[in-house]
Design a binder for this molecule. Sequence first.
Ligand code: ADP
Ligand code: MG
Length: 485
Amino acid sequence: MKEKYQLTIGLEVHAQLLTKSKLFNADSAQYGGAPNAHVGVITLAHPGTLPKQNKQVIELAAKMGLACHSEILRYQIFDRKNYFYPDLPKGYQITQDRTPICRGGHVPIKTKDGIEKNIPLNRIHLEEDAGKSIHLENEEDTLLDFNRAGVPLIEIVTEPEIHTSEEAAQVLMEIRKLVRYLDICDGNMEEGSLRCDANVSVRPRGEAVLGKKVEIKNMNSFKHVQRAIDFEAARQIALLEKGEHVISETRTFNVGDGKTYSMRTKEELNDYRYFPDPDLSPVEISEAWLHTIQSQMPALPHELFNKFVNQYKLPEYDAQVLTEEKEIALYFEELCSANGLFKDNSNWVMGPVKSWLNEQKKSLNDFPIQAIKLAEIVKCVADREFNYTAAVQQLFPYLVNHPQADVLQTAKELNLLHVNDTVGLEEMIEAIIKEFPLKVEEYHKGKKGIVAMFMGELKKRSNNQLDYKSANEVLVKKLSQTEVR
Ligand code: ADP
Ligand code: MG
């Protein structure tokens, strides 16, 4: 049935900007706090109070636009969007209707077949968040918490050019990655700092006009977005198959049963009567201000990805994993500028470092070993001061617990430094060869893989202090020189 229809999705993503104070007043914008702890007279819309523009908000929003190659509007006005809602104290929301701070642009994604695709954006605009209505069990009244009212948001609106639920989830992931790289939003979906509405429609393939859309509100996980879209697509196709119509409406996704439920139909929708807020003067972004914002742009995930692949010659897989999180990418960059060993560093970050973070359920910010120290360990392994196994199994755990310890000193104390005693090594190899005459025979009959068994014996006896590479060379030489009876 799916081949008969095309699915179309447009996303509206809300991201809470990382400011100390709210969009139009000095109340704290911090998440949580006792209910109604962050509510001054402006948040509460007392008569006679006036909004005051938070300038930082403009810079944070413009950064997202620059990251998405959008046009930055240099002259913006704020509009009132009028509607009644208990948690909207003013009776209107201040937003940007006709002059969104950013127009156009795109979000780059990679499909599961590895194809790069730009999902076009319609706009990114600034607006204030509403408060929260709380419905408690056994409580007749609705409780209101206005802490969130007036907190600054950007709304990122894509064009209806996403065609699978998987790609929709990817767009959301990419947006989350971007806002975190830009340090403009913490991307915490559980706390609602990043949430998503999905507009979904289906149409028979070949049909020129898009189908009627349904908007699924306020989802706060990638998985929910994907499940909600899949359910909704199937529901709409079933309707069309029965000869019925899809009605434009707003629906909500129930995480429990994985279904969407109608909230309100478009016919009941308000006329918002947008008009410019007379209490706020327009915002003008001067050439100089824009330059300042541009100069503060950090390296972005896809730029780092390209650098890791093209300049560092890393496999795409490594580059992908390393750029997933900004902190990891920057840590990896620090390693590379310290020792220049790109692939070795990548192996260390993707291996021991990430395993440790996963086991400890910690983020890189809590990782105790400084980049400069880990870079030294990686370099020592490359220089064959001690071997990789010893470094991972002994030195690494020690340094995690004693981050101040000196690398070489510790390696010495733990007896990890290679013994460059060739006579000792040769003796050891000769002893092993004597012990396993049958294996030596097998080796001479062409079973070269047996070398690994001899290496294993050597490792056992040498307490991880072997320079495997030269040991292997000596071993092979000795083996081939040994005469078979
Ligand atoms: P509205 O005026 O109802 O808010 P917009 O045109 O502003 O609609 O679009 C809102 C969101 O809905 C955008 O993300 C857009 O891409 C998406 N959208 C619009 N039409 C469709 C459609 N037919 N199917 C799926 N998504 C759509
Ligand atoms: Mg809309």
